[in-house]
Design a protein around this ligand. Structure first.
Ligand code: NAD
Length: 509
């Protein structure tokens, strides 16, 4: 069960990409760190982490690259990103294997979702680079011509989580560089490999040195220094709500633009006219994707009373069929969770839930040949009260809670009753119920009769404690630009009429 990916070897011990080159870290306060294969618990790569000095070097490289990259035409930036999409596509299998090796996610998911999604995102932002949008230039005052410039914000400092390392790197880097910014990205210290490969690909595609930089270190050591750095103009963060709060507070000191993609606790609302088979299959897929370590994963199913028992039975049956195993095996449905410590946290929530809910299936870690990995069985909890831990707090594991409801309004109210607002879904064949759900649910995304799919053209981002700011789509591209209004006098008159509102021109008396 030990699957060391040879892709780790390509980096030696250089865990950082600064100024177009792979470089060693100084170690910072952490020294060395490991990438661990969670399927075996074995370290697959040891590297020296980044500390403040490495962050300083990366920010300096990004700052040096900024004037030329910002001055490149949209067409030139677009061409560079089109080349990048080609390079990434050419290394798709390597990327998929590296992602699976460091995260433990099933290779099918890496091959069919993470990697093609990243290539598509790159192609999308290659196009978006040429879409600078704004109000049309015009004489909104008869004496002036006004127009909008969209300029880069400057050096962007981004911080990403471990659950979709490649896609998160892409979601942060692409809109930033498409808009003419340069970037320093800190991936999670657990999963740096594919972010480093992405940066190498950018260099190979001809993006100038210093446009894309990667520093790999821990949050308190490298992350906080990056956020607070005086030469970083904007912080874009994806991760937990607790760390997001800390980052917003740090960024406030420098009055920096902040973009926060935080935790979620997505509801999955099944009305009594829903296609039960679709809802059952949808719930299992949407709660177990990436081992449930997905900020938009279905975590709370609210099922209208007439369908409740059949839904619980159907989901439990399907969950029992899910094949846990070696993540590099294309037949595996569910790999290990990211670390043993995280698996133990998930298990502890379920153990506490035994005091207030029924564990319909799962609720244990497998033994046998999977015992060495950070595995946990798909778990269905029934009857947990709305205000219990399992229903209110992000578990980030393969655990779905199911609760019944009666009236439509009650179901939607329960669905809205957590601090989070990232994503939600409603299952119904009634167009009016679907409309009501899409208007009522406070979330960045509402799916109707599906849950999880994303597209590069549409935004991803939260409401409430799930944060603010959008990834993907032209909305995210706009967030990485500064809107400047230029207002130009057309009269060439020295003594303008409006000056009377401030002082009287005595020379005319
Ligand atoms: P995390 O918040 O622990 O860490 C995220 C990143 O922040 C890591 O790179 C980490 O090193 C860094 N970090 C930690 N402490 C820091 C500090 N004090 N200052 C600066 N950086 C710091 O989250 P995680 O465990 O890596 O990821 C899981 C979380 O991410 C979940 O809450 C999940 O919902 C969320 N997430 C959200 C989205 C979204 O789009 N909304 C997407 C994926 C994951």
């Amino acid at each position: 069960m030990h699957h060391v990916s040879d892709v780790a070897e390509r980096f030696g011990t250089a865990a950082h990409h600064i100024g177009g080159r792979a470089v060693e870290g100084s170690g910072g306060a952490t020294g060395t760190h490991f990438v661990v294969d969670p399927a075996s618990g074995q370290a697959v790569w040891t590297y020296r982490t980044a500390g403040p000095a490495d962050v300083d070097a990366a920010v300096a490289a990004a700052r040096a690259a900024l004037p030329e990259w910002a001055a490149a035409s949209p067409g030139e930036r677009s061409q560079a990103l089109h080349r990048l999409a080609g390079v990434l596509d050419g290394m798709a299998e390597d990327l998929a294997r590296a992602e699976t090796a460091q995260c433990g996610k099933p290779i099918r998911l890496s091959r069919e979702f993470d990697v093609p999604g990243t290539v598509d995102n790159t192609a999308f932002f290659a196009g978006a680079a040429r879409q600078l949008q704004g109000v049309a230039a015009a004489e909104y005052s008869p004496d002036h011509t006004s127009y909008i410039r969209r300029e880069p914000v400057g050096v962007v400092g981004s911080i990403a989580p471990w659950n979709y390392p490649l896609q998160m790197a892409a979601w942060k880097i692409l809109p930033a560089v498409a808009a003419g910014n340069t970037i320093v990205l800190k991936p999670s210290e657990l999963t740096p490999l594919t972010s480093l490969m992405f940066a190498q690909a950018a260099t190979e595609a001809g993006l100038p040195d210093g446009v894309v930089n990667i520093v790999t270190g821990t949050g308190p050591d490298a992350g906080e220094h990056l956020v607070a750095h005086p030469d970083v103009a904007m912080t874009s963060f994806t991760g937990s709500t607790a760390v997001g709060r800390r980052i917003a507070a740090l960024a406030a000191g420098g009055v920096k633009r902040v973009h926060l993609e935080l935790g979620g606790k997505a509801p999955f609302v099944v009305f009594d006219d829903a296609d039960l088979e679709a809802a059952v299959h949808g719930a299992v897929a949407a709660s177990l994707i990436n081992g449930g370590q997905d900020c938009t994963a279905a975590t709370r199913a609210y099922v209208q009373r007439p369908l409740y028992d059949a839904f619980v039975a159907g989901v439990a049956d399907l969950m029992r069929d899910v094949r846990l195993g070696d993540p590099s095996d294309p037949d595996t449905d569910l790999g290990p969770l990211i670390t043993h410590a995280h698996r133990d946290r998930v298990a502890a929530v379920v153990e506490r839930a035994r005091g207030y809910a029924t564990v319909v299936t799962g609720g244990a870690a497998p033994g046998g040949e999977l015992a060495a990995g950070a595995y946990y069985f798909p778990t269905l909890l029934a009857g947990a009260p709305q205000h219990s831990e399992a229903v209110q707090q992000e578990i980030f594991g393969p655990v779905l809670a199911v609760l019944p409801f009666d009236g439509d309004d009650e179901g939607l109210a329960l669905a809205g009753d957590t601090p989070y607002g990232l994503a939600a879904s409603a299952w119904t064949r009634d167009v009016y119920r679907a409309g009501l759900a899409s208007r009522t649910l406070a979330a960045g995304c509402v799916w109707i009769n599906d849950h999880i799919p994303i597209v590069s053209e549409m935004p991803h981002g939260g409401a409430k404690a799930s944060g603010y700011g959008k990834d993907m789509s032209l909305y995210s591209f706009e967030e990485y630009t500064q809107v400047k209004h230029v207002m130009s006098d057309n009269t060439a008159v020295a003594r303008k009429d409006w000056h009377r509102t401030v002082f009287t021109d005595r020379s005319h008396r």
